[in-house]
Design a protein around this ligand. Structure first.
Ligand SMILES: Cc1ncc(COP(=O)(O)O)c(C=O)c1O
Length: 407
């Protein structure tokens, strides 16, 4: 069940291009992944032979478009082992999915005096919406602390999940530290006090098997563009009974059943949450990305990334870098944040770009986490199914060039 990254690379046309005349070493997949030819072809085929609006027309072409769109929904449901397609709401991505929960579930269930629990390692997309909900409702936003190794302080859970806790919102895999969090334990804790859990799977869904039943999550969000699919598509998984009782998010076409002058009734789920013409081709492309990953198996993707991340961490440490996040590869993914002595991450990223190496430098949309780590920024190399040990070697060589500038 191992994965051959050299063969996989051939599926991705971007790797035929050069960066500054050199081999493209793309180490920024946590930000957005590259796209295989299969996904690109699927979207072209949709526009060339199936394009029409969905859920409103009675001709054959529209039926083809709808079959493609709803087929993508089924693929996404299978990908996260959801029991029903009705649990899969198409959104523009993780950020919109989290905001949907904030506006719809949050505004109707969270009141002054309640508590919303997030963690010190959240991406702004799973932090700012809760900050806003707390401000709107008078609820208190609390942060579950992390250890110096970048793991959640689960020993403090009893102090942080209280009978006031209405929502726990947590990332399954950190985009900075790579940490894979014990989400099931958090779900059990918040369910025991009658609250709900929202899981940010933006980094987990592309890189490891995800099973919403095993996690016992109420909501789970992920983005197509980080998992070989196009931008503009994503999923909010919601438990059917919760989606049923939630008020709509956006109002407009398709989310209604009947509209009168002074009130309307709502379409069934998930359509109640998909107002207006959706991003049809993008959803179809996301379905193709799910099929691409499913063919390879997520177990194989995860195994490959463990190998490549372990090799990268070893080589970075040997080169004198400080690497953040858990030391044990079993507990982390392949987003590897680091700092290298006095070289500022922004300077580093700019210098190594000249060597064809693309990494991210900055706060990674996690400013509270940067404060917790006591650094203004980090560099981050994030690996995916198409990265090889050769890419790691190129990163290390390019860092030597960067060090030379500051020697
Ligand atoms: C952990 C995490 N959550 C949420 C997001 C936001 O995803 P999107 O920009 O696709 O909405 C990201 C993107 O980097 C992320 O890494």
């Amino acid at each position: 069940m191992s994965l051959n990254a050299d063969v996989i690379r051939k599926d991705f046309p971007i790797f035929e291009t050069l960066a500054h005349g050199k081999r493209l070493v793309y180490l920024d997949s946590a930000s957005t992944s590259q796209k295989p030819q299969q996904v690109i072809n699927r979207m072209v085929r949709f526009y060339e032979t199936e394009n029409a609006n969905v859920h409103r027309s009675l001709y054959e072409l529209a039926e083809k478009a709808e079959a493609a769109y709803e087929g993508a929904r089924s693929a996404c449901a299978g990908f996260i082992r959801a029991r029903s397609d009705r649990s899969i709401v198409f959104t523009r991505g993780t950020t919109e999915s989290v905001n949907l929960v904030r506006f719809s579930w949050g505004r109707s269930h969270v009141n002054a005096g309640d508590e919303i629990l997030i963690t010190e390692m959240e991406h702004h997309s799973n932090l700012v919406p809760w900050q806003l909900l707390a401000q709107e409702t008078g609820a208190t936003l609390r942060y579950l602390p992390i250890t110096d190794d970048g793991e959640l302080r689960m020993d403090l859970l009893g102090d942080y999940v209280t009978d006031k806790t209405k929502i726990v919102a947590v990332t399954l895999m950190s985009n900075v530290l790579g940490t894979i969090n014990p989400v099931r334990d958090l779900a059990d804790a918040v369910h025991a006090v009658g609250g709900r859990i929202v899981v940010d799977a933006a980094q987990a869904a592309p890189h490891m098997p995800v099973d919403v039943g095993e996690l016992d999550t109420d909501f789970l969000a992920f983005s197509s563009h980080k998992m070989c699919g196009p931008t503009g598509a994503g999923v909010l998984y919601g438990r059917e009974d919760l989606l049923e009782e939630m008020p709509p998010f956006h109002g407009g076409g398709e989310m209604i059943r009947e509209v009168y002058d002074d009130y309307s009734t709502w379409n069934e789920i998930p359509h109640k949450f998909e107002a207006g013409t959706p991003n049809i081709a993008q959803a179809v492309g996301m379905g193709a990305a799910v099929e691409y990953l499913t063919d390879l198996t997520m177990e194989a993707v995860r195994e490959h990334e463990k190998d490549i991340a372990a090799y990268a961490i070893d080589r970075l440490q040997a080169a004198g870098a400080t690497v953040y996040g858990p030391a044990d590869i079993q507990g982390r993914g392949a987003a590897v944040s680091f700092n290298l002595g006095a070289v500022h991450p922004h300077d580093m990223a700019t210098i190594i770009d000249q060597e064809g190496v693309c990494i991210r430098a900055g706060h990674h949309c996690a400013q509270p986490l940067m404060r917790r780590l006591g650094v203004p920024a980090t560099a981050r190399a994030s690996f995916y199914l198409y990265n090889t040990p050769e890419d790691v070697d190129a990163l290390i060589d390019s860092l030597e060039v960067a060090k030379g500038w500051f020697a």
